[in-house]
Design a protein around this ligand. Structure first.
Ligand SMILES: *[C@@H]1O[C@H](CO)[C@@H](O)[C@H](O)[C@H]1NC(C)=O
Ligand SMILES: *[C@@H]1O[C@H](CO)[C@@H](O)[C@H](O)[C@H]1NC(C)=O
Ligand SMILES: *[C@@H]1O[C@H](CO)[C@@H](O)[C@H](O)[C@H]1NC(C)=O
Ligand SMILES: *[C@@H]1O[C@H](CO)[C@@H](O)[C@H](O)[C@H]1NC(C)=O
Ligand SMILES: *[C@@H]1O[C@H](CO)[C@@H](O)[C@H](O)[C@H]1NC(C)=O
Ligand SMILES: *[C@@H]1O[C@H](CO)[C@@H](O)[C@H](O)[C@H]1NC(C)=O
Length: 314
């Protein structure tokens, strides 16, 4: 779908080469009240090459996108007692979709009230053996579970790997549960991000990293934009960073990471960060501008009063 604009894209990418990257993907957080926002991420010229939606099946909103243009990456979110994830990915493949990567366990070390899947390492290891190992054997590249940015993440993963090894090893034949890349979340400043990636490299050496949720949440606009700028440059420069996805594909009024961290204002227009992330130039759109996401009741009331007022004046 973006081929018709390939020449324009090439010309523009010379002008602002430092802002474009094929590592970038979408953390898809749809809002059913503003489905028009879904089109923003896949419009002509968008840099985004892949997405995930925390689920095993693709988002209906992107049904028209081809897997090679906008790669869907299935995620095994949390605990399941069966092979429903494996079965679901296999049926996508049987249907002709080229699934080449999967993500596993959203914040298993985090409590469910903050969106974590809150699952113990031994339990997750059993789910992995049932669902992930068969996909890995098919040649699909698999990510280590995506822990929170907290200090419990690496110990959780080390326990998980040890527990997983126990499940598949036999007397005298030790085996490890293998994975292809390490998946990382981070909320905080740039120095913290860089040191977090370093800790992961030390704990899980010789693997590429995917940063699948990150932001400097709840900051003023300049701090947020500075963080965005330096982290994007850093990820683009490092060969060890294979892919990254900024957490903020929603409107300011819907944000749980602060009003400035978002890629859309309350009318669904791209903010500076949103536009930079897609490979464009600054829009000057204040994240907190727009009315659609604010109290619709207030807006309706204002319109009603204006209409009533104008009737009186007439
Ligand atoms: C698989 O397990 C999950 C929860 O563990 C359940 O919701 C789902 O219905 C099960 N699927 C099948 C096909 O049994
Ligand atoms: C499937 O996708 C991967 C990358 O995501 C690519 O390297 C591979 O060539 C694709 N295979 C087919 C058959 O299109
Ligand atoms: C695996 O799980 C058990 C809990 O069942 C835990 O006590 C153990 O230390 C874990 N870690 C490793 C590395 O085996
Ligand atoms: C399994 O992983 C552990 C910890 O990284 C390592 O010490 C061990 O040599 C590995 N075993 C095999 C069979 O690869
Ligand atoms: C990592 O890779 C380097 C060089 O590629 C190699 O020397 C080293 O042994 C590897 N480390 C592990 C833990 O596999
Ligand atoms: C972020 O980068 C853009 C250029 O891509 C620049 O115009 C802007 O001033 C930078 N902002 C900060 C706070 O670094």
């Amino acid at each position: 779908m973006r081929y018709s604009f390939a020449i324009v894209t090439i010309v523009l990418s010379v002008a602002r080469a430092q802002t474009r990257s094929d590592k970038r993907g979408l953390v898809f957080v749809p809002n059913k009240d503003s489905p028009e926002d879904n089109n923003v991420w896949v419009r002509d010229g968008s840099d985004l090459t892949w997405y995930y939606n925390y689920q095993p099946t693709p988002a209906p909103a992107f049904a028209d996108e081809s897997q090679s243009d906008f790669e869907f990456v299935p995620m095994l979110w949390g605990s399941i007692e069966n092979t429903s994830f494996l079965d679901s990915v296999n049926s996508l493949i049987d249907g002709g979709r080229n699934i080449s990567h999967v993500l596993t366990f959203n914040e298993p070390d985090g409590p469910s009230q903050y969106g974590g899947s809150n699952i113990s390492p031994p339990e997750a290891a059993q789910v992995w053996v049932n669902n992930i190992i068969p996909l890995k054997e098919k040649g699909i590249r698999v990510g280590l579970p995506a822990c929170t940015g907290g200090t419990g993440g690496i110990p959780w993963l080390q326990n998980f790997l040890g527990n997983c090894s126990q499940l598949i090893s036999t007397e005298g034949n030790e085996k490890n549960c293998s994975y292809d890349f390490v998946t990382i979340h981070w909320y905080g400043n740039f120095e913290g991000l860089a040191s977090h990636l370093g800790e992961y490299s030390a704990a899980f050496p010789n693997k590429t990293q995917w940063i699948t949720e990150y932001n400097f949440d709840n900051q003023d606009l300049e701090t947020t934009q500075y963080f965005y700028n330096v982290s994007a440059k850093y990820f683009d420069r490092l060969d060890s960073v294979e892919r990254y996805s900024y957490f903020g594909s929603f409107r300011s009024g819907d944000s749980n990471v602060g009003p400035n961290a978002v890629m859309l204002n309350d009318d669904g227009e791209l903010t500076d960060i949103g536009s930079w992330y897609l490979g464009g130039t600054a829009t000057g759109v204040d994240p907190q501008s727009g009315i659609a996401g604010r109290s619709r009741v207030d807006v309706l009331l204002a319109i009603t009063l204006a209409v009533v007022g104008s009737l009186f004046l007439a």
